[in-house]
Ligand binder design. Structure first.
Ligand code: GUN
Length: 297
């Protein structure tokens, strides 16, 4: 059994991204990300801080906006309008969940699709479904990278995704399908969850329920990817998979923390760089990509 070291794989991708960001910066373009946090959810505050930190490490420009819990939808939409118009900002990320007085989908729709580095806008969701998107949703794309970095074949495999969220489950299934997997999505109404999970060559769990995936739900030799991020009573983080049990049965398994999480942030950085490249004017593109910039278009 191998434990997939998400931190190490993320560091390797980060290094490639740093080179790409440096190349752009030498030509006067600094990819910029605006991160918006509304309310005082402690987990969201940590995620947002980590995203800012990753920008600093790569030399990307970052702006952070913090709003109180009672912020109105109009206030938030006003900021998004400004950020849509701001040429220094190439990516806009509004941390979810939002307080209940704010319509999350309305906020997502307000972000210009070219600046939607989460890939949550319906336009980009549609492009992901078709398979021609420039950016891909961060967590699912990070998982594909992890599997590829470990040399794990996806083509033709039975993949079971547990969880049907818009952020992870649904786009994950779509990306696996584009890699020619046979994909099943399970959720809270699935009958015989254990039986379906046991079919999986690659089992991906994104529910948010500690201890959901036990040893008898895993086929011997399966690859197990744990997207869960749960806080135990003792304050420690754990995933959805009973790691101690399942690691004995799996061929590969991602730990929590240090598995999928670091890849999500790196993919956000990648999307910010891609967004900056996509937003260059025709003239800038001609100038940058015709030279020996080392960039790919
Ligand atoms: N909340 C949990 N995961 C995410 C994410 O990937 N992006 C945003 N914006 N909010 C989240």
């Amino acid at each position: 059994m191998s434990i997939i070291d998400g931190k190490m794989i993320a560091a390797q991708v980060k290094e490639q991204l740093r080179q790409e960001a440096d190349s752009l910066k030498e030509r006067g373009i600094t990819p910029g990300l605006a991160v918006v946090l509304v309310g005082d959810d402690p987990a969201s505050a940590i995620y947002v801080r980590n995203k800012e930190k990753a920008c600093e490490e790569l030399g990307l420009y970052a702006e952070k906006y913090t709003f109180p819990e009672d912020t109105s939808q109009e206030q938030l939409l006003e900021l998004i309008d400004e950020l849509n118009e701001n040429p220094a900002i190439h990516g806009i990320l509004v941390q979810l969940p939002l307080p209940e007085q704010i319509d999350e989908q309305a906020v997502i729709r307000a972000i210009h699709p070219e600046k939607d580095v989460d890939c949550f806008h319906p336009f980009n969701v549609g492009r992901v479904m078709i398979g021609n998107s420039t950016v891909k949703p961060c967590t699912p794309e990070g998982i594909i990278h992890l599997l590829e970095a470990c040399g794990i074949e996806i083509d033709g495999k039975e993949c079971v995704v547990v969880g049907r969220s818009n952020i992870v489950g649904k786009p994950m299934a779509m990306l696996l399908l584009h890699h020619n997997a046979t994909v099943t999505i399970c959720h809270s109404h699935t009958e015989n969850l254990a039986e379906v999970c046991r079919r999986a060559d690659i089992l991906i769990c994104a529910v948010g329920k500690a201890g959901l995936i036990t040893e008898e739900m895993v086929k011997p030799g399966a690859v197990v990817v744990d997207v869960g991020m749960n806080r135990r009573e003792d304050g420690k983080l754990c995933g959805d998979v009973d790691f101690q049990q399942v690691k004995e049965k799996a061929s590969y398994i991602t730990p929590v923390p240090g598995g999928v999480g670091p890849m999500t942030i790196v993919m956000l950085m990648k999307n910010t760089i891609e967004a900056a490249k996509a937003q260059l004017t025709q003239q800038e593109k001609k100038w940058i990509f015709s030279g020996n910039s080392g960039l790919s278009g």
